[in-house]
Design a protein around this ligand. Structure first.
Ligand code: SF4
Ligand code: SF4
Length: 247
């Protein structure tokens, strides 16, 4: 049976999750009403990225020492997990970032890696890819830096650990049962941001599914009109792996 303190903490966590989702849904709804068809998808992704970054910065300034995350540039054991699902607007934002902001050499490498990863995603489950320690298509495996850091998905922004050596052990031992201590509040904030975004998409009649990351971005790169089709309410993720198929 849960103690009163545990019950209070559980209630506070539920309230934080619901509050975050509601605020994100409202902010996304405003963007969906305000922006034109060709920029609304990217705008919806950006408002989620910016809100979450703002909240995470506040958390960083106020959290206790034992909850400080160990995540730093060049630490990337978690970038081999390959489970991230992203919304259509996140895919559009990533594709535009690759097209507009990467230098040509990096862009060519990233586009090729995305195509390979999208193909592999049809052949192996996310769990098989994790067990194979397949790097994310956006990871520079030499520098261990994310090549699309500015436009990285919401899931990546909330992912964390307070002990990098536990992440390394989990990676090296190829075991799923290594206990990696995390800052649960950060996970919760990112997941609730995803939830709020999806609620706004669904209630406005847009495709609110999350697609396999590489397949979603490949689709957005190959079909420049994907952003407009999504804005018009078309089911743009019908032909790729989504939601339940990603587990
Ligand atoms: S979650 Fe672990 S592997 Fe990923 S950046 Fe943080 S400490 Fe490093
Ligand atoms: S998008 Fe970037 S941060 Fe996210 S898993 Fe890939 S390399 Fe890591």
């Amino acid at each position: 049976m849960a103690t009163d303190d545990e019950g209070d903490i559980g209630d506070a966590i539920d309230a934080l999750a619901e509050g975050t989702a509601m605020i994100q849904a409202a902010a996304t709804g405003e963007v969906l009403e305000a922006l034109p068809e060709d920029s609304v998808a990217e705008g919806a992704a950006m408002v989620a990225f910016l809100r979450l970054e703002g909240v995470l910065t506040e958390v960083t300034e106020n959290e206790p020492e034992e909850m400080k995350v160990a995540c730093v540039e060049g630490c990337a054991w978690c970038c081999y997990i390959g489970h991230a699902g992203i919304s259509a607007p996140e895919a559009v934002a990533l594709a535009r970032h690759i097209e507009d902001d990467l230098d040509e050499e990096t862009r060519v490498v990233v586009q090729a890696r995305v195509e390979e990863a999208a193909e592999r995603a049809t052949l192996r489950t996310p769990m098989q890819r994790w067990r194979d320690r397949e790097p994310c298509a956006f990871l520079d495996v030499d520098t261990r830096a994310c090549r699309v850091y500015q436009a990285r998905p919401l899931r990546c922004r909330g992912w964390n650990s307070v002990d990098a050596s536990a992440c390394e052990q989990s990676f090296e031992r190829r075991r799923d049962d290594v206990d990696v201590p995390t800052n649960r509040v950060r996970f919760l904030l990112a997941a609730s941001t995803e939830d709020g975004q999806a609620r706004a998409f669904e209630s406005s009649g847009r495709d609110h599914r999350r697609g396999e990351m590489a397949q979603s971005v490949q689709l957005a790169m190959a079909e420049p009109d994907l952003a407009v089709r999504w804005a018009r309410g078309e089911p743009v993720f019908d032909d790729i792996l989504t939601d339940d198929e990603l587990v």
